[in-house]
Design a protein around this ligand. Structure first.
Ligand code: GLP
Length: 241
């Protein structure tokens, strides 16, 4: 595992974006995207390189980590919409090449299996960007998730729903209770995992993920088992290392 302590949040985002851009320039067929605020700086860097340095995403498949169950199409907090608004619509991705689990499907377990099949059919994900939840979750793999899990339904913990209420105008009742998420096994199949964490609120989770025991109780500790991981933090998130 490579650990980078960036000077600040902006630099952390630029470094993560550069790593993703390198994979795309080297011919990545598929990349893994994440939502939440952590990867936004990386997406800004990719948008900049698209506009100024001819970085192109034509023909690249993008797979999102997770999606809420039950939000209507186009809901600004559905992850499919969020990634379009924050990243993919600002570069030259073809819409049909940007994939996310179908949180509106009539048969949710079938939608999970379909998503796994779609990723497998594309081949390998070259680079997967990741944030980390304050409780150590990756994607929506909450504490207790099997370290070898595949895409499936998860119930959000009260902590995660409370953390994410800020995206729903602070109204906890609007935060869905269930999600579809790639499993820790699915995430681990990517060639290169790049995790970005900034701010003091992530310091405990980062220390547990990087230096703690590998345990389902800190899902991000699965990073320690992967052959190619880059963790990029700012000084505040590195406090407990
Ligand atoms: C959400 C997402 C995760 C993300 C995490 C942290 O619950 N499902 O993929 O890493 O929250 O979010 P943030 O980066 O906004 O702190």
């Amino acid at each position: 595992m490579e650990l980078v302590i960036a000077d600040n949040r902006t630099e952390a985002g630029v470094l993560a974006g550069r790593i993703m851009a390198d994979h795309v320039r080297r011919g990545a067929r598929a990349i893994g995207l994440a939502t939440g605020s952590s990867p936004l700086g990386a997406y800004q860097e990719l948008i900049r390189q698209h506009r100024e340095d001819e970085l192109s995403f034509r023909g690249v498949q993008a797979f999102l980590l997770d999606e809420y169950i039950g939000l209507p199409e186009g809901h600004p907090q559905s992850y499919a919409q969020f990634i379009r608004d924050e990243f993919t619509s600002h570069v030259d991705f073809t819409d049909s090449d940007v994939h996310s689990p179908d949180g509106r499907a009539a048969d949710i377990p079938a939608a999970a299996a379909d998503y796994e099949r779609m990723i497998a059919a594309t081949g390998r994900i070259s680079v997967q960007i990741l944030g980390i939840g304050a409780n150590g979750h990756l994607g929506f793999n909450e504490p207790g998730s099997s370290l070898r899990s595949r895409t499936r339904v998860k119930t959000l913990t009260p902590k995660t729903r409370a953390d994410n209420a800020r995206f729903f105008e602070g109204d906890l009742t609007q935060v869905p209770t269930h999600v579809l998420t790639q499993g820790l096994g699915t995430i681990s199949d990517a060639d290169h995992l790049v995790m970005i964490a900034t701010g003091a609120g992530k310091a405990d989770a980062v220390a547990a993920a990087v230096e703690g025991p590998v345990s389902a109780f800190c899902p991000a500790s699965i990073l320690q088992m992967h052959p190619h991981v880059t963790v990029i933090v700012d000084p505040a998130a590195a406090t407990n290392l």
